[in-house]
Ligand binder design. Structure first.
Ligand code: TEU
Length: 570
């Protein structure tokens, strides 16, 4: 039915079910809450819904620690609810992509319970087990098999007294890493994926899939300045066998499924050159990847919570490099927000009450006119901002809670740690979607698992539906433009004004159509370089962020602060 690369003109909407919509008043979002809000997605015009995990899980990492891949956790509902959601989505022309978390399972998964039961368990080598470092006593500091640190603070090795070995967990100690060298592990994953495709699912987002190939013997990693642990990431990221495993997965799972599907690999640290290999259709690995270079630019030497200043030109240079780097082979995914990132309006825009709507809409224009598949994260379409956390009790995310504990245990004060956490905590993206200005923003009739942001009284869906100039209507216009103007999905890309400090400009060209994207990343009016807009006097103005911007860009050669337009000429 659809062309194999239908996803090139598609827009994906990411739902973090825990915070999207709660139907039963327990304060946690659920599947029936999503079913009740599918019209919001259909009206927005998106093509695909990506669900963050809803599988059975102890919820140590909010569902990214899975104890049963083929069941739904009761907090979200039942398998029958999920079947109903898939059917209801398909009725609206929406495809459903599930989150595939197979770098690790929960420590409560049956596979791990068997694996840890004894050193000669048939599932022992389904995970990464290793003896204490020679000359050390297991469980004592320094006895870990290698100096690797976990993404969630502490060592990446957990001592198991009963079986006398350590097991590896790049993330929390309740997320033991699967051993992808073991063909039985790979076969079990493939079978589970086929089971979901047979259930009507249309693809997968693959969690940290570039970390699944671990180096033999787990050699120590470099210890960063002031670091407590070795950098495990540099030792495990994007090793050669990742390509092999993805090609095998493609043969075993996707090759015989006639209906079109979408695969996106989440690959922290992946480079443009590596992404060209992963997304080259001829290699049959994945359709696209989530890269992290642009969301790592504002991290200082101390890591993500050591916030470094970032200029727009550096952000522009990076994303334009990804545009040109994948222009002739492969495909980009395009995102600002997701459940792991702070809200883009506060991070790369201007969340002052006067400017936040304009900057949200201009950020959307700059991203959605690029070549690639755009991802809209829940709440991004109304311009939700960071929360403005002020106290430790407000945090729920294991990454933030562990970081605060580790940093204050090594001598820093809460006051020193809070600003970085407040700016970058993943909880900024996990407060409930703001549907209305009312109690708990219409998310739940109960007590929400995490507080609703105070500004839900000004920023909410209800106050933006149908309102000209709202963030929501702008996203709807951008998505409609991608569906109606083929140059957006298929045109080439030319970065322009690459030395301008405040103007983000680029051109798109396709079969005689030319688009010129012009965006001001400053509160000041931007005077457009005359050579840039020469010859565009008779152009059409598309998706302007205001009538004034539409007028001034052609009549005065200027763009008001934080405004953007797209010009089109044939
Ligand atoms: O994220 C992987 C990942 O790279 C992020 O954890 C990121 O490194 C971290 O937030 C620090 O910035 C995936 C999921 O998206 C995330 O929610 C999970 O916590 C993680 O994997 C483990 O499954």
């Amino acid at each position: 039915d659809l062309p194999r690369d239908w996803w090139k003109s598609a827009v994906v909407y990411q739902i973090y079910p825990r915070s999207f919509a709660d139907s039963d008043g327990d304060g946690v979002g659920d599947l029936r809450g999503i079913i009740g809000r599918l019209d919001h997605l259909a009206d927005l015009g998106v093509d695909v819904v990506w669900l963050s995990p809803v599988y059975r899980s102890p919820q140590d990492d909010n569902g990214y620690d899975i104890s049963d891949y083929q069941d739904v956790d009761p907090v979200f509902g039942t398998l029958a609810d999920l079947d109903e959601l898939i059917a209801a989505a398909h009725q609206r022309g929406l495809r459903v992509v599930m989150d595939l978390v197979v770098n690790h399972t929960s420590d409560e998964h049956d596979w791990f319970l068997e694996s840890r039961s004894s050193t000669d368990s048939p599932r022992r080598d389904w995970y990464h087990w290793a003896p204490p470092r020679p000359g050390h006593v297991g469980g004592q500091p320094g006895a870990e098999p290698s100096n690797w640190g976990s993404f969630f603070s502490g060592s990446a090795w957990e001592w198991d007294e009963a079986s006398g070995e350590y097991y590896l967990h790049l993330f929390s100690r309740k997320q033991p890493d699967l051993n992808w060298e073991n063909p039985q592990v790979r076969q079990a994953v493939h079978a589970m994926m086929r089971w979901w495709l047979d259930r009507g699912v249309d693809g997968f987002r693959m969690d940290v899939i570039n970390l699944i190939d671990k180096p033999e013997g787990y050699p120590d990693g470099p210890v960063p300045q002031d670091g407590l642990w070795g950098d495990a990431f540099s030792m495990v990221a994007t090793r050669p066998k990742v390509h092999e495993h993805l090609q095998e997965m493609h043969r075993e799972v996707f090759a015989d499924h006639p209906h079109a599907f979408l695969t996106v690999g989440e690959m922290p640290g992946v480079t443009v050159d590596q992404a060209r290999l992963f997304t080259d259709p001829a290699r049959r690995e994945v359709d696209m990847v989530f890269q992290f270079e642009h969301v790592d630019l504002d991290a200082g030497p101390g890591g993500k919570f050591d916030v470094a200043p970032l200029s727009m030109p550096r952000l522009r240079e990076n994303l334009m490099a990804w545009q040109t780097g994948l222009a002739d082979v492969g495909w980009n995914s395009l995102y600002w927000d997701n459940h792991d990132q702070p809200r883009v309006v506060s991070r790369f825009g201007d969340d002052d009450a006067v400017w936040r709507s304009r900057s949200a809409r201009t950020l959307a224009t700059v991203l959605h006119l690029m070549r690639g598949t755009p991802y809209v994260y829940q709440g991004e379409e109304i311009g939700m901002t960071n929360v403005g956390f002020t106290s430790p009790e407000q945090f729920r995310d294991i990454e933030s809670v562990n970081y605060l504990r580790e940093q204050t245990a090594t001598g820093r004060t809460v006051e020193e740690v809070l600003p970085g956490l407040s700016a970058k905590s993943r909880d900024n993206a996990r407060t409930p979607v703001q549907w209305t200005a009312g109690t708990h923003a219409g998310f739940t009739t109960g007590e929400p698992w995490i507080a609703v942001a105070d500004n839900h009284t000004e920023i909410n869906v209800e106050s933006q539906v149908g309102v000209e100039g709202s963030v929501l209507e702008h996203y709807r216009d951008l998505i409609r433009l991608r569906h109606t103007e083929t140059a957006v999905a298929h045109g080439d890309v030319e970065p322009l004004a690459t030395d301008h400090p405040d103007l983000w400009a680029y051109a798109r060209r396709h079969e005689g159509t030319e688009l010129l994207v012009l965006a001001a990343f400053t509160r000041e009016e931007v005077v457009l370089p005359p050579e840039l807009v020469q010859g565009w006097a008779d152009a059409e103005v598309l998706v302007p962020t205001s009538p004034e911007a539409a007028r001034s860009v052609l009549a005065d050669g200027t763009l008001p602060g934080w405004e953007s337009v797209v010009l089109r000429r044939m």
